[in-house]
Design a protein around this ligand. Structure first.
Ligand code: PGA
Length: 249
């Protein structure tokens, strides 16, 4: 019922020229592949060249500010992203929460601004190793969902994407096994159900993220509550991103 969505997250990688090369190669390859929605999250300076070369790939920003404009040196607003032609935006990635003071409150403000401007958010959530080892993942993730989605409408939430990314599995090569990933993605969906009802919970797409690679993507995708993946390292090279797409056909 839910179309899977596989999105690469380049993080702080690729110059515009490198981004262009990736897009040209991937687009030629993607022709006719429609088993899932495929996309990439790119640094701000790469977005324009990505959008201009995208025929099949969704182009997502990796962050945004929640105000339209103003004295926020170094920030990028949602109307700016809109004009460039971006259609999705990653919000609340754990790296931004940990290193750039992102909170549930700023995530919530960003989601509202994105919806106001017609851009689809990919909201990230996920616990630290400490929280995981203390068996507090459920409480933690439910809190992030409640805080992040506060005040949104059921329709908005049904249309967005939520990525569950345990921090201890990001960039570490240590992926959460499929049972842990499924259990927490089901918790994410259950919290959406509590807040917005069954229909919304049935529609919202929930991704798993954290050391997803060509060798393990299939296991995650076979799980009931996992509707795709947010992929860092393995999305940087055309060959491994292609292998991931091949594995999901
Ligand atoms: P990774 O990153 O696939 O390199 O673990 C995932 C992410 O941070 O989105």
């Amino acid at each position: 019922m839910r179309k899977p969505i596989i999105v690469g997250n380049w993080k702080m990688n690729k110059t515009p020229k490198e981004a262009e090369n990736f897009m040209v190669e991937m687009e030629a390859y993607l022709n006719g592949k429609e088993a899932a929605d495929y996309g990439i999250g790119a640094p701000f300076v790469d977005l324009d060249v990505c959008v201009r070369n995208a025929k099949h790939l969704i182009v997502a920003a990796e962050n945004c500010h929640f105000e339209n404009s103003g004295a926020y040196t170094g920030e990028v607003s949602v109307p700016m992203l809109k004009e460039v032609g971006v259609t999705y935006c990653i919000v609340g990635h754990s790296e931004r929460r940990q290193m750039f003071a992102e909170t549930d409150e700023t995530v919530n403000k960003k989601l509202k601004k994105l919806f106001e401007c017609g851009i689809t958010p990919i909201m990230c959530c996920g616990e630290s190793l400490e929280v995981f080892e203390a068996n507090k993942t459920e409480e933690w993730v439910r809190g992030q969902i409640r805080g992040g989605l506060d005040g949104l409408t059921a329709e908005q939430v049904a249309s967005m994407v939520i990525a569950y990314e345990p921090i201890w599995a990001i960039g570490t090569g240590k992926s959460a096994n499929k049972d842990i990933a499924e259990e927490t993605c089901a918790i994410v969906r259950d919290e959406v159900r509590n807040m917005f009802g069954k229909e919304t919970a049935d529609k919202v797409r929930v991704q798993y993220g954290g050391s997803v690679k060509p060798e393990n993507i299939k296991d995650y995708m076979a799980e009931e509550d996992i509707d795709g993946a947010l992929i860092g390292g393995a999305s940087l090279k055309v060959d491994s991103f292609k292998a991931i797409i091949d594995a999901t056909k």
